[in-house]
Design a protein around this ligand. Sequence first.
Ligand SMILES: CC(C)(COP(=O)(O)OP(=O)(O)OC[C@H]1O[C@@H](n2cnc3c(N)ncnc32)[C@H](O)[C@@H]1OP(=O)(O)O)[C@@H](O)C(=O)NCCC(=O)NCCS
Length: 178
Amino acid sequence: MQTNSATPIKAPKLTLRKPDGTDGAAVWELVRACKPLDENSMYCNLIQADHFRDTCVLAELDGEVVGWVSAYVLPHDPKTVFVWQVAVSEKARGQGLGGRMLADLLSREACDEVERLQTTITRDNDASWNLFKRFAKREGASLDSEAYFTRDAHFDGRHATEHMVTITLDKEEMRKAA
Ligand SMILES: CC(C)(COP(=O)(O)OP(=O)(O)OC[C@H]1O[C@@H](n2cnc3c(N)ncnc32)[C@H](O)[C@@H]1OP(=O)(O)O)[C@@H](O)C(=O)NCCC(=O)NCCS
């Protein structure tokens, strides 16, 4: 009698979770590998992962960190969540992970009162524009943008103008889609 001795292939396991302080170093490595993101200090990523864990998202593929969203609710406006950085490792790109992490962020209890998502993007970052446009479309939300941190007034000529992107959420629509 013939038996099938082939070992079943295990599908890679993707998990999204809140970070903690011990994730700071891995996040720092991921951000460094995701050009053109600005690199911050490891200490900065550690503080994000620790103090802002309720509004940051870590994605792991079989335990390896492959995705990161740093964000916080604006201290002066509890209805706005500001996304600082989104990073997806090259090996996990083009599969919707960036959008999934943004959706996960907005589903958190910390975002219950949130009605707007904001982020800033430089004109030349097509991947980032497409990520947020795609996300807004999927959520049935509107997207506006305007120059905000400008090359000369804010960056002393050393950095391209950052455009403030505002995605106004339709919470009712999102609840229905969830
Ligand atoms: C931007 C980034 C986070 C996107 O992650 P991702 O998981 O691959 O994105 P998604 O699969 O969710 O794709 C979302 C949309 O962006 C588009 N997109 C992704 N990468 C792109 C690229 N390099 N150029 C143009 N469009 C791109 C996708 O086509 C998709 O749109 P579509 O569904 O209409 O086709 C990832 O490419 C990255 O880490 N880049 C380097 C860091 C960076 O620029 N971060 C954003 C600044 S905060």
